[in-house]
Design a protein around this ligand. Sequence first.
Ligand code: FAD
Length: 425
Amino acid sequence: MAAPQPKPFEIAIIGGGIAGATLAIAFLKRSIPFTLYEQGHAFSEIGAGVALSPNAVHAMKLCDPAVHAAFQKVATKNGWESKRNTYFDILDGTSMVEKDLKELFTLANSQGQNAVHRAYFMDELSKQIPEQMCRFRKRLQSVDKDQETGKLTMRFTDGSSAQADAVIGCDGIKSRTRALVVGEDHPGMRAQYTHKYAYRGVIPMEKAVEALGEERAVNGCLWLGPDAHMLSYPINGGKTFNMFGAVTDPGDWPSMDTLTAPATKEQALKDYEKFGPAIKKQIQLCEDNLERWALFDCAEHPLPYYNKGRIVVVGDAAHAVTPHHGAGAGFCIEDSAVLACLLEDERVRSVKDLEAVFEAYNANRIERTQWLVATSRKTGDLYEFKDEAGRDMAKVEEIMRERYEKVWNFDIEQAVREARKDLGR
Ligand code: FAD
């Protein structure tokens, strides 16, 4: 099929994380002209895992089958055939049973655990984006409207500037674009500390199997417990055991400028002192130079809207979320799919239509994404028996199933149809 006619406007994408990269690929497929500005010297992601659920996979396909192909190339499922649909076996982290511990219950979906090493996924995505459409080492500072041409002038911290017809902020949790949308004084301009931090570890699988037994090492597990929880899943074709342990912190985090702090295994073991051997062994297997990752989100001051004029925010810039539902990246991809489909609409013919597109995107995405931010925080507490369910496992299970269903079973095609109706209005 012939490529569609290029749209008569130029979009600036700010940020090349999962949101910016998937949006760029979705734009390429639809002949939507863009330039991507990234503050780093290249596309990059950290060396840890990210799990993507069925809603994210559907959204990838809608962005462009090339996004899904990039994911498939590096995605890893549970090791056991009998657990291919298992998302997580839910276990009691405080159990002192060393071997063959039985799960409390299992969460399963159509694709089961499906995770990637972030850096490898980003590598595959970035191969799809032509270099000439990217400007690296460009950190956005401000955006003004050029009164003569009507274009938006972006100024970068290196003193340079560039123009575009619209600016899409995919600039993550510390977004600068967020402030340009809601104003410098809005409390939602900055994400807030959720009083949880996390340890992350990537461990050679053979060591994890030796310590935990094959069933728990090669398949997704979520361990519940008081004031902390831990989860793990295989990545890197099953060669690597990816561990993530969240801890409740009654204290404050010094500053949002630095989201990580050095930590020791002794501190981590102390944080998990009420937990059983399965958890302690995972900590022992981590490298000595551990880090604590502060978990920030936008739950306390959700943005009242995601767009202002021809500026709009996408992904964590709009709705930074804790990782307790493993869904933040998936929702970034949903955002990209909806926004790209709206811009592709044949009624969108000129610069003056862009504000209506961003209005329709905002109307379509704000409720679901802010639900996730709020629910994810509560779910972190649910895993630690702090939620209304306490230690009532039947209730914990019921609540988890209900919330995960809402994350996973999302009809992205229907969402786009509704957003297009909004555009018509
Ligand atoms: P980012 O990945 O932060 O990308 C923003 C980009 O913008 C960066 O490249 C940055 O350099 C650039 N940038 C920033 N400011 C500027 C500027 N002013 N000018 C130019 N460039 C700029 N989600 C899941 O779906 N599944 C999971 O399993 C999962 N696990 C997680 C575990 C942890 C510990 C955390 C913290 C999050 C997890 N998430 C998970 C959430 C997910 O990682 C995020 O939602 C997602 O990566 C956000 O992508 P993004 O592109 O919006 O932002």
